[in-house]
Write a protein that binds this ligand. Structure first.
Ligand SMILES: *Cc1c(COP(=O)(O)O)cnc(C)c1O
Length: 366
């Protein structure tokens, strides 16, 4: 089962602390597990990449050791292309630092804020939109550092929704998670709390009984889980999602559209149908943010529209997430839809269905 880690016990493997302690962080470690390609080898030793390497043993065990084109491998193992910068790329493309009225807070929309609770992740996605803050010394924040952010939310009664993100908040110890949730729950005007995380996918061992017992005390609590590819839908991840759903947490997914990884209708359909079977409702597909060195991951917008067109009508509406671009410069999420409305003719709207057939709806003012 754990081909890369022969001889370890089940107890160690299923312990999330063991998984974090034994995460792969260097080329030397990586070469013990994987036959690195030229493109992968060449990046190491180069100073320019700002995002460290980190992969949990569990997630590494899902990676094809011989195929550099394997989707999960491309999402986590750095390649030389990361050093290429293209037009329009920015370290903080969403201008989060300019929309931060208090430390750890991003307040962009009228009624909800992001709370960036930690800069640490158990695995670093190479296309990370928060390259500007993750894995930085300044962001290994703790309970004391949260105080100004908590005070900001307390003082802003218009905030009815907090999204705890990071970094990955579920990498924090139980006591820190409980502290943050209990402080937030004490704020009368706060209606819902959400957690944004990839932990159930890269470190499903973290979804322990004691964590679940904490989470279920703070409803209404929602969770957005970052999924990338159907190869991530393992029995371990299914178990983790089912436990979270059984704790009463509505689960949604967020997926970044990535070239050569998930930019095919069939791949996305398999992912979203698989997620519904795990009781996760597909929520967003994001156009890849223009962070430095992300050119090899980015597709055109027409690719995203093609994927939505290939899903809508062809499968359950529940399996069709909203496709958005987070506007560079801090404009927020802008939804994109293929054009199904084909204009007007003699008082009728012309509407194209999923098969490409045009229908007429009487649309006029009496
Ligand atoms: C994505 C995001 C949210 C949440 O947006 P929803 O559409 O409500 O899920 C809130 N704040 C910021 C800064 C965001 O980037």
């Amino acid at each position: 089962m754990h081909t890369f880690f022969p001889g370890i016990t089940e107890k160690e493997w299923t312990n999330w602390h063991w998984q974090i302690r034994h995460s792969v962080r260097t080329t030397e470690q990586l070469t013990r597990f994987i036959h690195l390609s030229e493109n992968e080898i060449s990046i190491f030793g180069k100073k320019a990449h700002t995002l460290p390497l980190r992969i949990t043993p569990y997630y590494l065990s899902l990676i094809d050791r011989n195929d550099p084109e394997h989707a999960l491998r491309k999402a986590f193992i750095p390649v030389l292309d990361e050093l290429i910068s293209s037009t329009g790329e920015l370290l903080d493309p969403l201008s989060e630092e300019h929309h931060s009225p208090a430390p750890n807070i991003v307040h962009r929309y009228p009624d909800r804020v992001l709370f960036l609770a930690t800069g640490f992740c158990s695995a670093y996605c190479r296309y990370c939109t928060r390259t500007h803050m993750v894995a930085k010394e300044k962001c290994h924040v703790g309970i004391k550092a949260w105080e100004p952010g908590l005070r900001y939310i307390e003082e802003h009664e218009e905030v009815r929704d907090v999204i705890i993100s990071g970094g990955d908040p579920l990498t924090m110890p139980d006591q820190h998670i409980e502290y943050l949730l209990s402080r937030l729950r004490r704020i009368g005007h706060l209606e819902i709390i959400r957690i944004g995380t990839k932990v159930p996918v890269v470190l499903p061992q973290r979804i322990t009984r004691s964590l679940l017992n904490i989470l279920k005390k703070y409803h209404p609590l929602f969770m957005s889980i970052h999924f990338t590819h159907p190869d991530e839908l393992t029995p371990e991840v299914k178990e983790a999602c089912e436990q979270l759903a059984n704790a009463g947490i509505p689960l949604g997914s967020q997926t970044v559209l990535l070239k050569g990884i998930n930019d095919e209708v069939e791949t996305m359909k398999k992912l979203f149908q698989g997620l519904l079977r795990m009781r996760v409702r597909p929520y967003y597909i994001y156009q890849c943010d223009p962070v430095p060195g992300s050119g090899h991951f980015r597709t055109t917008i027409s690719k995203g529209l093609e994927i939505i067109r290939g899903l809508r009508g062809h499968t359950s509406g529940y399996a069709v997430p909203q496709y958005v671009i987070d506007a560079p410069g801090g404009g927020g999420k802008i939804p994109l839809l293929p054009e199904y409305y084909k204009g007007h003719e003699n008082g009728y709207a012309l509407l194209e269905n999923y098969e490409g057939r045009v229908f007429r709806y009487p649309d006029y003012i009496q």
